[in-house]
Design a protein around this ligand. Structure first.
Ligand code: ADP
Ligand code: MG
Length: 709
């Protein structure tokens, strides 16, 4: 029974507001557990990015340990985010032996601040040879420690002996600092003298599939690769659109209840849950927070999704395209910038045309997204997303911005006249129900096809892959926008008339970058053509997109804003390509194994059944037509032959030597191996639809997608 129903049934008063965040060493716990002066000192470091002094670290470590031990902790771990895209942890017990043979529980400031996991087996992209195993973790005090599974978790950054960055958190934190620094220059120019920082905020909507554990275990492709590598289209897919926002099945609802409770205890403000478009697909959205915390929380969400699903005999698939032919999963990265006083800098207000500061920030984003579209595209590239971007359901691989009617009209006027005379009123909807007052309309409708859409007071970057960390897309975006803001601030700080020059600058930016604005249907073929004529790139695959990481203009801004160095970017380029090649190789090997050990034998079994039937009929001596069996025998034998042929080709091509440098080798996997895999799949899927379902060795799409009740 899940905890919620337990609570309901025995009438305990435990309510969400009592247990929310109970497993987090958050500000209110710190205030309780730390002497006032140390609390203040820590708070200063968190809020203002000042280094922590050793005394404070010592006191905080001890308080954290006492708090965690009280909850049952025996261990602590530095929790970090290496380039695998998931999190890593090594647990150490708090125990410290005493002379009398007993132990005490100890945790020092030094242990809190710095850890040293053996780092040799994490991807480093040539930054470090295996024999140079040292890697360090360093406490990120801006993301609170938490308690889970008898362990105190401490969010940390991860770097090498020589100080090179080996993780996803460090560049994110640095990009937030970079953006804050540049944005503060503009905020100050527009008269705010009290804000201390600008914080980037993120709310990441997470899509996922839930399937039954039994079905999952019977499919080697799901077990080894997280996606189906075979499977004929079932009679029913998502065409009736009856799953989207449909009632939650009981098993799913009960899973979601447990998940919410687990996340709430960890201080993750899980807010929205619903069924998504594809059968068995769902979504969870938390309330936004700072990019750093949102990134850590998204990792906790992904981890909890998997763990809680297991407890319900379900499997959560986070892959971008677990099933061909139905929608895949993404992560909608809602992003904005706000001052530490809580003002959202992308809030247009009721009068966006007079809100000049808003227009300047908006222009900065437009400029950044156009100039650095390639780095944004690269930041959303992972092996799974290659099956999603550009396919009919998801945002295409072309980056463009949706602004909506009202803002487009405002920018249009600025472009043409340097000023805004009027704004399109949004109006109201009236006479809907006799009992309803008139309802205000939003300034524009939504556009669900845009990869980068303005949604009222934030942008929604919709290309982001469902299984990956959101750190990469966010530090890419933050860095690009920081650079645009820097250029704008450089000009405006010299200006004698900030208002007039701001309009001029916005006008200049709109003229130069309006090609990136597109309010139409991004899924249409016409857009692909038009984008091409506008000179926008359409980088359809990871291997086409990833060189963007090391393009000179992009390296320049990462270095200028101290987010990542050229060497670190080169290493990331290699890690990503290496990961891509390995992923495709695992998929190819899995396909070969399934084809040879499962589909060919099942096909042979089926042929034997059919042949036996023909013989059996013949031995009766009755003259009947056996053409049905004969046709089946022929078509299944032909398919077996083509499966065998496709197996041979794939096997041969997989065993060939590396093809040039890592990028060339990656392209070989994309062009040759992936197309061999598609051929093999096509022949197996054709066999699936003609053989006896009792003989077919794995659960079909229909069985998997319509199994959870
Ligand atoms: P939608 O209509 O797109 O579902 P929601 O208001 O539900 O919009 O928001 C979707 C996500 O965007 C949520 O995670 C929400 O917390 C987040 N969000 C809202 N405001 C901001 C903001 N200023 N910065 C970042 N994310 C935000
Ligand atoms: Mg949304």
């Amino acid at each position: 029974m899940n905890k919620n129903s337990e609570l309901e049934s025995n009438g305990k008063k435990d309510s969400v507001n009592e247990y929310f965040g109970e497993n987090v060493f958050n500000e209110s716990t710190m205030r309780q557990k730390l002497p006032k002066m140390y609390f203040k000192s820590l708070k200063k470091s968190i809020d203002e990015g000042k280094p922590i002094d050793p005394d404070t670290a010592e006191v905080v470590a001890n308080a954290m340990k006492d708090w965690a031990v009280e909850k049952g902790a025996t261990h602590f771990t530095h929790w970090f985010q290496p380039m695998t895209g998931i999190t890593a942890e090594k647990h150490d017990a708090f125990i410290s032996p005493q002379n009398d043979g007993k132990i005490i529980m100890e945790f020092s400031g030094k242990e809190l601040i710095k850890g040293e996991p053996d780092a040799s087996s994490f991807p480093s992209g040539g930054l470090r040879a295996t024999f140079e195993a040292r890697g360090y973790t360093a406490w990120d005090c801006t993301s609170p420690a938490f308690y889970r599974d008898k362990t105190l978790y401490i969010p940390t950054a991860f770097y090498s002996y020589t100080g090179e960055v080996l993780d996803k958190k460090t560049p994110l934190l640095r990009s937030m600092d970079a953006l804050s620094k540049q944005a503060m220059r503009i905020v100050t120019l527009f008269g705010n003298t009290t804000a201390k920082r600008v914080i980037t905020t993120v709310g990441a909507e997470q899509e996922y599939f839930l399937i039954s554990k039994d079905m999952y275990k019977k499919r080697k492709d799901l077990v080894y690769t997280g996606r189906t590598l075979f499977g004929a289209t079932p009679p029913k897919g998502q065409e009736l659109e009856d799953h989207y926002f449909g009632t939650l099945k009981e098993k799913v609802a009960s899973f979601m209840c447990d998940l919410d409770e687990e996340l709430w205890k960890l201080g993750v403000s899980s807010k929205t849950k619903h069924n998504e478009v594809a059968p068995s697909q769902h979504e969870l959205a938390p309330i936004f927070s700072s990019s750093n915390i949102a990134t850590d929380h998204n990792q906790l969400i992904m981890d909890s999704l998997k763990k809680v699903a297991m407890r319900h005999d379900l499997i959560c698939l986070l892959h971008e395209k677990p099933f061909a032919g139905v929608n895949g999963s993404g992560k909608h990265n809602n992003w904005s910038m706000g001052t530490d006083e809580g003002e959202n800098l992308l809030e247009p207000s009721a009068t966006p045309h007079t809100n000049l500061r808003f227009l300047v920030f908006l222009a900065a984003v437009i400029k950044a997204v156009d100039e650095y579209a390639d780095i944004l595209r690269a930041s959303a590239a992972n092996p799974g997303n290659d099956h999603r971007l550009g396919a009919n359901e998801a945002p295409p691989a072309i980056i463009s911005i949706f602004l909506g009617d009202q803002l487009s009209d405002i920018l249009d006027q600025i472009e043409k006249t340097g000023a805004v005379k009027s704004i399109k009123e949004s109006g109201v909807i009236s006479n809907l129900l006799s009992t309803l007052p008139s309802l205000p309309k939003d300034s524009t409708d939504r556009n669900r096809t845009s990869p980068f859409a303005f949604t009222g007071n934030k942008f929604e970057f919709r290309m982001v892959p469902s299984s990956a960390s959101i750190a990469g897309p966010n530090f890419a975006l933050n860095t690009a926008v920081a650079e645009a803001l820097r250029q704008i601030a450089d000009k405006l700080e010299k200006s004698k008339d900030v208002e007039a020059d701001s309009f001029n600058l916005v006008q200049e930016i709109v003229k130069k970058h309006k090609r990136i604005i597109f309010n139409g249907n991004n899924y249409s073929e016409d857009w692909v053509k038009e984008a091409n004529s506008r000179g926008l790139q359409n980088l359809k695959s990871l291997v086409e997109a990833i060189p963007g990481i090391i393009a000179k203009k992009n390296v320049d801004i990462f270095e200028k804003h101290s987010v990542l160095s050229k060497v670190e970017l080169q290493s990331r380029f290699e890690i990503i390509l290496e990961g891509y090649i390995k992923t495709v190789k695992i998929e190819a090997l899995t396909m070969l194994k399934m084809a040879k050990r499962q589909f060919l034998p099942s096909g042979i079994e089926f042929i034997t059944i059919v042949s036996n039937s023909i013989n059996a009929v013949k031995t009766t001596g009755v003259k009947v037509d056996t053409s049905v069996q004969e046709n089946l025998l022929k078509s299944s034998s032909d398919l077996l032959k083509s499966i065998q042929k496709n197996v041979d080709v794939l096997e041969k091509n997989l065993s060939s030597e590396p093809h040039g440098d890592i990028l060339a080798h990656g392209k070989y996997y994309k062009e040759t191996i992936m197309s061999n895999m598609a051929d093999l799949r096509a022949s197996v899927d054709s066999l699936e639809v003609i053989v006896d379902h009792n003989v077919w060795p794995i659960p079909t799409y229909g069985q998997i997608l319509y199994n959870v009740d």
